[in-house]
Design a protein around this ligand. Sequence first.
Ligand SMILES: Nc1ncnc2c1ncn2[C@@H]1O[C@H](COP(=O)(O)OP(=O)(O)OP(=O)(O)O)[C@@H](O)[C@H]1O
Length: 265
Amino acid sequence: MSLTSAPDHPIELTDGAVAIGGRPVLRGIDLTVPHGQFVALLGANGSGKSTLVRALVGLRPLTRGELRLFGTPLASFDAWRRIGFVPQRSGAASGVPASVREVVSSGRLTRRRLLRPLSAADRSAVDEAIALVGLGDRARDGVGTLSGGQQQRVLIARALAGDPELFLLDEPTAGVDLHHQHVLADALGALKSRGTTVVLVAHELGPLAPLVDRTVVMRDGRISHDGPPVVVPDGEPHGPDCGHAHAVRRHDHVPHVASPLERDR
Ligand SMILES: Nc1ncnc2c1ncn2[C@@H]1O[C@H](COP(=O)(O)OP(=O)(O)OP(=O)(O)O)[C@@H](O)[C@H]1O
């Protein structure tokens, strides 16, 4: 907690806007995420989910609005070790031969003093992260020998090893088989029980659904729904929020529809 009474929410974005190449991509985004909340960011292709999470970690500059991370304006925020970010799948192999253990260990770099060997606490955090994503038997293997889905899990383990207080993941389940979606759900469930704040971009929640406290749905660069997830038995709308629940399902699966805010694919 900060010494003042100002809130220190992990994320507080007010009237956020992003333009790419002069074209508005996000507009009028108000998003406050309190400690310990598990937020799913949903929406059709091109609706702005990735741009929003990238803006939230300072990778996309805001053209308007204010972003505070843990109560500190982005411009003066420097506690990046409190934040873990797993980008959309790009592969953990960069051409440099490195083992799973080495890549995951790099997630501890901000936690230890430069050029110091890994401490026992570092090593156990690395082992725990590798086990959590189900790669214990591949720890010594080169990341280049792993499948795309396994490389994604290496990146997740690297972020987990840093023991972040705020963890953002962009489509971690894309192209991942059901068994490994359950592995990921277990890993994120363990984080959630530690009180970690999670923001997750997804098309399909699948096994992650029970973890979600709040769904934010993007549409054409704006937030079109923000509220608690609603359980919809047998695919039927249910309860007073059924319209929204149905909308979430439909957005989750809508085919790509061209709009002025969508990129060519
Ligand atoms: N690097 C870029 N260059 C140009 N336009 C971009 C770029 N990145 C995003 N955009 C634009 O921003 C819009 C939002 O893209 P974004 O990737 O944030 O959407 P998304 O909801 O994450 O989509 P998806 O589910 O397909 O990943 C796109 O329609 C695209 O036009």
